[in-house]
Design a protein around this ligand. Structure first.
Ligand code: NAP
Ligand code: MG
Length: 502
């Protein structure tokens, strides 16, 4: 089957942004990489090169970390009041909304996601995150604590806690929601008074670099936000291991998360990790079937399945299995696959050739091991990195497609007989624990199952509902810490106890 091609005319800011060789943001200046090298950025809908960005390496990371350290210890940033800090973070949110269309187009061009999704979700969610975090800047409080000190009878003390910023933070992000992930990282770090060196994914560096320009426009002091584009094995590894940072915040694969952790052990940096998933989505026989069909299809096909929380294992009660899975397969076949910049596109290409090959490899392995595709099952078109929305049945629990994260538009539908311990065991039979879904009209079953699923988020009769106020993160090997909500403040602050004799 071929691919639709009608694309929108790009905003003039987008065309001029990609035309220029993009530099690194270090200490408030846009500078070339020390090596002078650049690397190409592709449009995944065509495989064509759309831009060239600087290839930062260890030396650039070192310069950026030193700038972030200076900005944290001296200069304007530590002297700003919480209210002034909050206003800057709020202004960044406003600037994002002012440039919504441009940012959505740039994101769609770079990542391949449908422009309609970037406009409705990625960019507004990022703005909302900054607005939400801006409010916290003035509410980072400690406590006064009455203490007894049994070995000092009669002595009086005034004891209290302060919440202080953790310091200079290295942040490493993936390519699936490039702009939104930059917001999830920068928002709480800035609201709490940290300074940052951010390394975007090599596949999708463009919107983070544009965000760097908006950071400058908002008026953040030099060195508070530094952005170094480059490769994970060089720039990323150098950042995670750098002795000049106090904390590393990482979103990406569980495999690389473990490398980050190892790199951070040298000087025992603080670490937070948002990692992979293989999320169970459970449909009970009493579910609203229309809702469940649309919801479970969207749980896997949204963002082309390139979601850490994608509902990739669909458990369906036996008596409704054929009807529900048939419905999801019909939904899959209806999805309009095409270039992200075509306004009618509902699902774009995989982000890169290697991701495309990886997803196709999983499809081949699943089908070779005896799984059957009731929708999709292979690539689509002969240009770009398009994969068909795929529904697999007849899988076995030990197949790679069941155990490993595919990170593509592929769901495995698995029947179960009763809502019992066996179902719970099967749903939890994964190294991951990021998210889960439950579809039922029975409130008691919904909440009791939500309590038994080992996942950082459980959605009931909905899926992929995100909000700046709702904490997100993983159980088991899906990560450490929670982003968003007030929990995110814990990742970027540390508590100091002060005790004064009166
Ligand atoms: P990845 O390969 O782990 O890359 C993530 C980031 O780490 C990229 O910036 C990458 O750089 C960098 N990196 C790679 N190797 C590194 C190293 N040795 N040291 C330091 N940094 C290194 O993951 P991905 O393939 O881009 O993203 C997909 C994965 O992210 C999936 O597993 C998904 O589940 C997970 N994810 C999780 C969440 C969540 O919130 N839990 C959200 C989104 C994605 P380069 O790409 O530039 O090489
Ligand atoms: Mg990579």
């Amino acid at each position: 089957m071929s691919i639709a091609t009608a694309e929108i005319r790009l905003d003039k800011n987008v065309t001029s942004f990609v035309k220029e060789r993009r530099k690194l943001l270090i200490d408030g200046q846009w500078v070339d990489a020390a090596s002078g090298k650049t690397f190409p950025v592709e449009n995944p809908a065509t495989g064509e090169v759309i831009a060239h960005v600087s290839e930062g390496t260890k030396e650039d990371i070192d310069r950026a970390v030193k700038a972030a350290r200076r900005a944290f210890e001296s200069g304007a940033w530590p002297r700003l009041s919480p209210s002034e800090r909050g206003r800057l973070v709020w202004k960044l949110g406003d600037l994002i909304l002012e440039h919504l269309e441009e940012l959505a187009e740039l994101e769609s061009l770079d990542n391949g996601k449908p422009i309609a999704v970037a406009r409705a979700a990625d960019v507004p969610l990022a703005a909302d995150l900054f607005h939400y975090m801006a409010g916290w800047a003035t509410k980072i409080e400690g406590n006064t604590i009455p203490i007894s000190v049994p070995y000092a009878p009669g002595a009086k003390f005034h004891a209290y806690t302060l919440r202080e910023p953790v310091g200079v933070v290295g942040q490493i992000i993936p390519w699936n929601f490039p702009f939104l992930m930059a917001a999830w990282k920068l928002g709480p770090a800035l609201a709490t008074g940290c300074t940052v060196v951010l390394k975007p994914a090599e596949e999708t560096p463009l919107t983070a670099l544009r965000l760097g320009e908006l950071v400058q426009e908002a008026g953040f002091p030099d060195g508070v936000v530094n952005i170094v584009t480059g490769f994970g094995e060089t720039a990323g590894a150098a950042l995670a291991a750098h002795p000049g940072i106090d904390k590393v915040a990482f979103t990406g694969s569980t495999e690389v998360g473990k490398l980050i952790l190892k790199a951070a052990t040298n000087d025992l940096k603080k670490v937070s990790l948002e990692l992979g998933g293989k999320s169970p989505n459970v449909v009970l026989r009493d579910a609203d079937l229309d809702l469940a069909i649309k919801g479970t299809a969207s749980a896997i096909f949204f963002n082309h399945g390139q979601c850490c929380c994608a509902g990739s294992r669909l458990f369906v009660q036996q008596s409704i299995f054929d009807k529900l899975v048939g419905g999801v397969a019909d939904e899959a076949k209806k999805i309009r696959v095409g270039p992200g910049l075509d306004p009618k596109t509902q699902m774009g290409p995989m982000v890169s050739e290697s991701q495309f090959n990886r997803v196709c490899g999983y499809l081949e392995s699943g089908l070779a091991e005896g799984a059957k595709a009731v929708a999709g099952g292979g690539k689509r078109g002969d240009k770009g990195y398009f994969v068909e929305p795929t529904v697999l049945v007849d899988t076995k629990p030990d197949m790679k497609v069941i155990q490993e994260e595919i990170f593509g538009p592929v769901v495995a539908a698995i029947p179960f007989k009763e809502l019992d311990d066996d179902l719970v065991k099967a749903a939890n039979d994964t190294i991951y624990g990021l998210a889960a879904g439950v579809w039922t009209r029975d409130l008691s079953k919904a909440h009791s199952l939500a309590g038994k699923l080992k996942a950082g988020t459980v959605w009931v009769n909905c899926y992929n509902i995100f909000d700046a106020a709702l904490p997100f993160g993983g159980y088991k090997q899906s990560g450490w810490g929670r982003e968003m909500g007030h929990d995110a403040l814990d990742l970027y602050t540390q508590k100091k106890a002060v005790c004064a004799a009166l």
